[in-house]
Design a protein around this ligand. Structure first.
Ligand code: MN
Length: 277
């Protein structure tokens, strides 16, 4: 049975929150997924911190990163990263962009990020480095123009992770679960690499090891185990996105509306009044 678009929006909200909860993205950064029924469209949240993304925040764009419907909310400024990678890579169905502190030392120095352990291998055997100056000279370092996104997509090439000079990283995957797994374990690899370099000489996995270990992790068993772990951690913090209740699941209100009786407005708590919508 094909996945419904409601499920796509919900899964993307969960993925955003996992990435926020696991420290990959903070106020900034974003995750997208290609439309399952139309390869020329993709879904991406409105401009808000990924940790708070709701299914209702998910917007639909074409591959030029233009909104499919007129917007009443602000989109992310760097959405061309997603659109241009989907254009360049028909095999990619999900993209994450982040500024994690784990990778920034590599973005600042140009020291190559290399796969050092079995889970880190999922980020790919080769992680290219994109220097925006090569194509554009001095910029504000953001990826806003379509040609900047296209340049980044060229640097990514057929790899799965690309570092961006003094900015962050962009990660591609064939599925949403895969790109989340790759993003989190890529950041762990970067953290461990930094620590390992402080105490000794590092040696990357060789190409065969990186390929085989990376492929093993993407099988359904390890992927499901990791996804369960990350979603349980959202539940523990009470930030797993709530399912929208149907009318049938709201008996008190439904009955009240049927009887056309007035329901006293619920008092807003201080927390609710202060919450940004
Ligand atoms: Mn960015």
């Amino acid at each position: 049975m094909p996945i419904s678009l409601d499920d796509v929006r919900r899964q993307l909200a969960i993925a955003n929150r996992i990435l926020g909860n696991e420290g990959v993205i903070d106020a900034f950064g974003h995750a997208s997924v290609r439309h399952p029924g139309n390869p020329n469209r993709y879904f991406l949240a409105r401009s808000r911190s990924p940790l708070f993304v709701e299914p209702a925040d998910i917007l639909e764009f074409d591959l030029d990163s233009e909104p499919v419907r007129p917007l009443t909310v602000q989109p992310y400024g760097e959405r061309v990263i997603h659109g241009e990678i989907y254009k360049a890579r028909p095999d990619v169905n999900a993209v994450v962009h982040h500024h994690s502190g784990a990778v920034l030392p590599f973005c600042m120095t140009g020291v190559p990020l290399v796969p050092l352990f079995h889970l880190g291998a999922t980020m790919g055997g080769t992680v290219p480095f994109w220097d925006q100056r090569d194509d554009f000279g001095d910029t504000n370092l953001l990826v806003i123009k379509p040609e900047e996104g296209a340049s980044l997509a060229r640097a990514l090439g057929n790899n799965w992770t690309v570092l961006m000079r003094r900015h962050g990283a962009t990660i591609a995957g064939t599925t949403l679960q895969e790109v989340v797994f790759r993003s989190i374990n890529g950041c762990l690899n970067a953290e461990y690499q930094l620590r390992a370099m402080a105490i000794g000489t590092i040696g990357p996995l060789n190409a065969a090891e990186a390929h085989d270990a990376g492929a093993y992790n993407l099988q359904s068993r390890p992927m499901a185990r990791a996804w369960e772990y990350w979603t349980l951690r959202l539940g523990e913090r009470g930030i797993f996105p709530a399912r929208k209740k149907t009318a049938a699941q709201r008996p008190a209100r439904a009955a009240a509306s049927r009887a056309k009786t007035k329901v006293a407005p619920r008092k807003k708590t201080a927390a609710k009044r202060g919450r940004k919508r």
